[in-house]
Every structure is written in structure tokens, then in C-alpha cells.
Write a protein that binds this ligand. Structure first.
Ligand SMILES: Nc1ncnc2c1ncn2[C@@H]1O[C@H](COP(=O)(O)OP(=O)(O)O)[C@@H](O)[C@H]1O
Ligand SMILES: [Mg+2]
Length: 339
């Protein structure tokens, strides 16, 4: 285990312990959810639709109470000190939170006033955020004229006006096209650095959690099924996938004999010119594999080594593929609607 990035002893920015939440109708959205978020990091709550991510965010931002369990955010207890928690956090919901008929600046002013900010302090903070979120040129236009990406950035700016210690972003890039999503990733990384805050984001995009989160919890059916840094989680999977394309189809026996001497190769499968296998450390094993094949006169046309993806991690811990879990969740939602 690596030591946590916040250093020993520093209290986590978020600590959720055994959260349970059942909705009327019997859906158990949270089923003993626990995780910790080191201060000053970006943490990803990754799970398919219906996993309980938004419910977790609602509990942690004091919008709803759990049936049982406890949580601390920015050093305060969400159940006993909800007002203190609210002062220390910013929350950007899945749905837009701004007033479409006000300008960007007016939206920010309104939000600042809610938190008791006035005068130069407020206008200075607003200018800073407009600049930081690349909205300065559009500041005095009505928010309804903003593009999708700009609207999302305005939502984030609103969440930051009162300088929260912890920012919650619920599915910050859902519905954005890929180009705008990539911009948003940069934005979020920069914010964490410049504002020095802790960010919890939820996502059902594996690559988003991989790209942004220094640590993450994979959530399935209201529980954490795996937690760690993306690298740790992927590292726990056994080995890399090796795919070699041979110059010509060869007899299985020749290839097997050649590779028998390379101990690390497992699950060898040869199909015509395509050779697939798993190895512990692809980058390290590859030269040995190629040398062994070369000595046996096996010519190789191309090689790929792929690291395990978070999808592989999910498959291992949740027992089914991510896309399949999404489909199941959609099915459940359809059934709930019909009932
Ligand atoms: N207000 C609600 N009433 C009843 N069921 C709900 C409500 N909100 C969410 N659910 C159900 O709880 C489960 C978790 O939902 P949610 O927390 O929104 O998951 P996610 O954000 O991961 O998609 C789902 O099965 C969803 O249908
Ligand atoms: Mg959600």
C-alpha cells in the first residue's frame, strides 16, 4: 500500500461510514456505503447509472438524510452540523442550477449574497471566477445564450463563490460532447490546483475517473466494491494483455515450445497469425518474449501490450461488465416507472 497523499494524520476532507438510504417504494440506493477522501485531492465516485452516486452526494451535501450511517465533510458532521457543512462546501448538481434569465455575473452576485458576501469582496471574487472559468467575455450576457460547456462552467463558478473547502460535482461532463468534456477535465484539474480545494466528482465514465481522480471508489448497487488510485486498482489485476501478430501462421507446438522457457507467459492462445497471452509486466516481459520467439525462428509482424482498464477492474469486482450494469440499471428504472 502507498501512503495516502494527504500524509499521515491529516483528517480526510470527506468520510462516509456505512451510509444506508432507502427510498419510498423500497429502492435501497445506498447499502452500507463507506469511503474517505484525502484533503486537497480529486476523488472519483465511479459507478453505472443507478449505483447510488447522486444519493451519496445528496447525503454528503445535507440535502437528504440517510436511514443510518454517518458522514463528516470538511471536519463537520453532516447530520449534527448541517449548516456548518453547507458553509464549507460547494455543490454542482447534475441539473443546471443557474437562472437562465440573468447574466452570468448576476447569477454569481445572487449566489454571493446568499452567503453574505458584499461590495468589493464579492465583485473581486466574481471577477476572479469569471476569469478562471473563461467566462469574462460572456459575463454580461444572459445565461440562456451560453453554450453547454459555458453553462456547466457557470454552474461550477456559482458553486465556488463562497470559497468552499470541498466542491461536489455530480456528473460534471454528462451530456457534453467529447471535445467540451476534455476541456472540462482540464478545467477541473486546474481548479483543484489553483483553489487548493478537495473535489468529489461522480461519473459513469471510466476514462473520466481514470483521467481526473487521484483516488476513486467504484460503486455498485449502493456499495463500494473497490477503492484506491486508478493505478493501484488496475495494478491489482493480474498482468497485461499481450497481442502479437506473426509474419505467418505457425504450428501451435513451435510457439508453445519457444515460450515455455519464458516463465511469465500465461493463458497462451494462438489463432492463425494471432497470438494472445497474459504477462505480469508487459513492458518488462516483451523483450524476453521477442527474443525467445526470434531464437526459434518465429518472425513477429506487430506487438501490442495493453494495461488492464478500469473496465477490467469493474468486471472483476462487480462480476459483470460496466456497460451491462448500465443496461441493467436502465431496465430497473423502466420497471420502477411502470410500477
Ligand atoms: N427520489 C427517489 N425516489 C425513489 N427512488 C429513487 C429516487 N432517487 C433515486 N432513486 C433510485 O435510487 C437508485 C440510485 O439512484 P441515484 O442515486 O440517482 O444513482 P446514480 O446517481 O448513481 O445514477 C436508483 O435505483 C434510482 O432509481
Ligand atoms: Mg446520478
Amino acid at each position: 500500500m502507498q501512503s495516502p497523499p494527504d500524509g499521515a494524520g491529516a483528517p480526510p476532507a470527506i468520510e462516509a461510514t456505512d451510509l444506508v438510504k432507502t427510498y419510498p417504494g423500497g429502492v435501497r440506493a445506498l447499502d452500507g456505503l463507506s469511503f474517505r477522501v484525502p484533503a486537497g485531492t480529486i476523488f472519483g465516485l465511479l459507478g453505472p447509472n443507478g449505483a447510488g452516486k447522486s444519493t451519496a452526494v445528496k447525503v454528503l451535501t445535507t440535502l437528504t438524510r440517510p436511514d443510518s450511517g454517518s458522514a463528516r465533510v470538511a471536519g463537520r458532521d453532516v447530520l449534527r452540523e448541517p449548516a456548518a457543512v453547507r458553509r464549507r462546501i460547494g455543490a454542482v448538481a447534475q441539473k443546471a442550477g443557474f437562472d437562465r434569465e440573468l447574466t452570468g455575473r448576476e447569477n454569481l452576485e445572487l449566489q454571493g449574497q446568499v452567503y453574505g458576501l458584499r461590495g468589493r469582496e464579492l465583485s473581486g471574487r466574481i471577477d476572479e471566477l469569471l476569469e478562471r472559468l473563461r467566462l469574462a467575455d460572456a459575463a454580461d450576457r444572459l445565461a440562456r445564450t451560453y453554450s453547454g460547456g459555458m453553462q456547466r462552467r457557470l454552474d461550477i463558478a456559482i458553486g465556488l463563490v463562497h470559497r468552499p473547502e470541498v466542491l461536489f460535482l455530480d456528473e460534471p461532463t454528462t451530456g457534453l460532447d467529447p471535445e467540451v468534456r476534455a476541456e472540462m477535465w482540464e478545467e477541473i484539474t486546474r481548479l483543484q490546483r489553483d483553489e487548493g480545494i478537495t473535489i468529489l466528482l461522480t461519473t459513469h465514465y471510466l476514462e473520466e475517473a481514470d483521467e481526473l481522480a487521484s483516488s476513486l471508489a467504484i460503486v455498485d448497487r449502493g456499495r463500494v466494491v473497490a477503492a484506491g488510485s486508478p493505478e493501484q486498482l488496475k495494478g491489482e489485476l493480474e498482468g497485461d494483455a499481450l497481442h502479437l501478430e506473426l509474419e505467418q501462421p505457425l504450428d501451435d507446438g513451435i510457439v508453445r515450445r519457444a515460450l515455455e522457457r519464458v516463465g511469465a507467459v500465461r493463458e497462451l492462445a494462438l489463432d492463425g497469425r494471432h497470438l494472445r497471452a497474459r504477462v505480469d509486466d508487459g513492458a518488462r516481459a516483451l523483450p524476453t518474449v521477442l527474443a525467445a520467439l526470434g531464437e526459434s525462428g518465429v518472425a513477429v509482424a506487430s506487438v501490442t501490450v495493453s494495461r488492464p482498464s478500469l473496465d477490467d477492474v469493474y468486471l472483476r469486482y462487480a462480476g459483470r461488465e460496466f456497460a451491462k450494469a448500465e443496461a441493467e440499471a436502465d431496465q430497473r428504472t423502466a420497471e420502477e416507472v411502470r410500477r
